[in-house]
Design a protein around this ligand. Structure first.
Ligand code: UTP
Length: 297
């Protein structure tokens, strides 16, 4: 084991979520539900499975529903208990967090992902930390962050989740310039956020899971606005290349971009079909829908 344990995770949830307007006018994107669980619950479960003990949310104006979500609901629990609904009680229990395990910091203005993570610097202190973007939902046998924590225990340094994307899509992502390629782990010799079309150094894109050294926070102190006029986390990580190691980790699993409408719909179908209580009815319905669509063409 080369590295310190990762016990803290940052969940940047202060973005405006404009792609889901008008819903996000009053509902935080992270509270939107895949089947019956909000996006944030999937991210929390993944972090817990990876051994995270402290959960730091970077929030903003209009996100109070997110904060309320993690509170105990005594009236609801006692009502369910009275009615003998033990299965639903168990479901609720999974949403409860230990006292003091969650902390909230505010990002006053949406200045970018890098800025959001920087807002958490005092709570992170001088230790490695994870970052999870709840709108990247990853279905995997072993949760993605757990895979990364295990790999990181061997490598140390900084690690970002990585996934091959079609070349024409690369300009929507942070992209790695691959130094050495060891299969599931690659060492980056460069990293660029949203490269202009045709200039991406590879088609290995960065996905919303990171394990970072506190040095990245120091880099963020001086990072200027980058792609899209935002303070980019990618730029602060790229600063580390040549000073410490930056690895890309090709995770095993299926990632859904739930920050986009198409990705959210795809995830809804995939998660609906993976649920034993819904699978039969839902797949019969989808089957009929596709047949109807075909007949109409
Ligand atoms: P996105 O790029 O998806 O932005 O942010 P967004 O505001 O959430 O959504 P759109 O593009 O307007 O539809 C990726 C992640 O970074 C967080 C978001 O909350 C999301 O989890 N973020 C982004 C912040 O916390 N602060 C920011 O200033 C920007």
């Amino acid at each position: 084991m080369k590295s310190k344990k990762v016990l803290k995770a940052v969940f940047p949830v202060a973005g405006l979520g404009t792609r889901f307007l008008p819903a996000t006018k009053s509902i935080p994107k992270e509270i939107m539900t895949l089947v019956d669980r909000p996006l944030i619950q999937y991210a929390i479960d993944e972090a817990r499975a990876a051994g995270i003990k402290e959960f730091i949310f970077v929030t903003s104006r209009g996100k109070s529903a997110l904060e309320d979500y993690f509170d105990y609901a005594p009236e609801l629990e006692s009502e369910l208990r009275k009615k003998g609904k033990t299965d639903l009680l168990e479901v609720l229990k999974d949403t409860n967090m230990d006292s003091g395990a969650i902390a909230y910091v505010r990002q006053n203005r949406p200045m970018g992902l890098g800025h959001a993570v920087w807002c958490a610097r005092r709570l992170i202190g001088n230790e490695p930390f994870a970052v999870l973007l709840p709108d990247d939902v990853i279905a995997a046998e072993k949760p993605c962050l757990q895979q990364m924590v295990e790999a990181y225990a061997e490598t140390g340094g900084n690690m970002v989740a990585a996934m091959e994307v079609p070349p024409e899509k690369a300009s929507s992502y942070g992209v790695l310039d691959i130094g050495s390629d060891m299969g599931s782990i690659v060492e980056a010799k460069g990293m660029v956020e949203k490269p202009p079309a045709g200039t991406a150094p590879s088609n290995l894109a960065v996905i919303g899971r990171y394990i970072l050294s506190p040095q990245v926070l120091t880099n963020l102190n001086k990072i200027k606005q980058g792609a899209g006029g935002e303070i980019q986390l990618t730029d602060a990580i790229a600063e580390e290349i040549g000073k410490s190691k930056v690895y890309g980790y090709r995770f095993r699993g299926q990632r859904y971009d739930c920050g986009s409408k198409a990705g959210f719909l795809q995830a809804t179908v995939a998660f609906g079909l993976s649920r034993p209580d819904l699978r039969d009815e839902f797949s019969a319905y989808l089957h009929d829908m596709v047949a109807l669509q075909k007949a109409a063409q």
